[in-house]
Write a protein that binds this ligand. Sequence first.
Ligand code: TYD
Length: 216
Amino acid sequence: MSRGFFVTFEGLDGSGKSTQLRKLAQWLEAQGKHVTITRQPGGTRIGDRIRALLLDSGTENVAPRTELGLMFSDRAQGIAEIIEPALERGDVVLCDRYTDSTEAYQGGGRQLGSEIVLQLHADLCQNLWPDLTILLLPDFERSLERARNRNARNARTGQDENRFESEDERFYRRVYDTYRAIAAREPGRVVMIEGDEGIEEVHRRVVDAVRARLGI
Ligand code: TYD
């Protein structure tokens, strides 16, 4: 059995990546592929607990390095429990956020820098990089707006996962700029889809990127 194919989705909160991930999963299944879907933080029992801790806006006073360590604890578990076994089975793995999020949010947003993130990735994730990363970067102001709308909606429905979403605009600007720097550094792995072309057009571009690499 040949090894599977690992795809991650990245972008700011509100970039529409979860929608695109679901649409790609449906498309791949229609091509007869076995698909494993997961997300970070979360996706495993330990990871879901780490996620609850990290994203709850009631969690106060988290030192940036604590946050960084928890993100990598979650990731190490996700790799061991879900991603690596699925790749060994030959599945296509779709993961909503991965180490690029850590580089963008903790490295850029929290200003810890890229070096520590890439070093931890090498040590704790055995340097497992995706075969393809879809980076959705719609216009900065629109992404921010969408994230805020969702934040307000979640507050009304009582869903409390907005500790990151309450960060200020300068934080998101640093996240955004770090994502762009990652795309510029790794053009072979990262396909950046800019602008706001609508769900179907973005889906078509995601499918093209996957097709080109999978040869289907
Ligand atoms: P999530 O529900 O995945 O957000 P979205 O649906 O907007 O993608 O929430 C994950 C949050 O955690 C998001 O604000 C980004 C943040 N995050 C980090 O700061 N570092 C990381 O390594 C990861 C994986 C996520």
